[in-house]
Design a protein around this ligand. Structure first.
Ligand code: SAM
Length: 181
């Protein structure tokens, strides 16, 4: 089982920071991949730099796609499950997630208005509370509930920089990388 995210929509410049944060949450909280639509290369560069420094280059993938409908359809054909996070869905508090062991999950989150068909293509529309808030918060809470907090202690093998957790101050261990000739 693995989890990927589809970030549906992106308003040029206005959403740069939000989309970047959605990708950072995906990486940090246990997803294997993020598919993004309508973004430019600068967001890709930012995320790749984070993976390069803090790890995840071999474990977290980013793909910019044009055709999200085809992605959703092929995901379902391959027995994957589509979870759309929306305030209009069933409150996560009232759901038991019992498919987590077997099936790959694609979490769909929107930017502005999500096309109506997504609500029907999804196997499940899940609300992180039935109030409007943010895709970053919705994704983070969903993943935290899904992984029961275990994502918080995951560490990437290929990290060049690792934080030494400190109750005061800042400590970072830097791994020296040998340059090849
Ligand atoms: N008005 C937009 C709509 O009708 O789709 C919502 C825009 S909201 C800023 C962006 C995204 O945040 C949504 O598409 C959804 O994925 C997520 N989101 C916001 N509130 C949510 C909630 N209560 N539960 C789950 N997801 C939520």
């Amino acid at each position: 089982m693995s989890i990927a995210v589809l970030r549906l929509g992106h308003r040029f410049v206005r959403d740069d920071r939000t989309t970047t944060h959605v990708a950072l949450v995906s990486r940090a909280f246990g997803c294997k991949k993020i598919f993004m639509t309508d973004v430019d290369d600068s967001i890709l560069k930012t995320i790749n730099k984070v993976c390069d420094d803090w790890g995840g280059s071999n474990e977290f993938d980013i793909e910019i796609i044009q055709d999200w409908r085809s992605l959703i359809k092929s995901w379902k054909r391959n027995n994957g499950i589509i979870v759309h996070l929306t305030m209009y869905g069933i409150n996560m508090e009232h759901i038991t997630l019992d498919y987590e062991q077997e099936r790959n999950i694609l979490i769909v989150i929107g930017a502005s208005k999500v096309p109506k068909e997504v609500y029907f293509m999804a196997d499940m529309n899940i609300a992180i509370g039935n109030q409007p808030h943010s895709e970053i918060a919705a994704l983070a809470i969903f993943l935290d509930r899904f992984f029961h907090g275990k994502e918080l202690i995951y560490s990437f093998q290929d990290a060049k920089m690792k934080i030494v957790p400190s109750s005061r101050g800042k400590r970072v261990k830097i791994r020296k990388v040998k340059k090849s000739n």
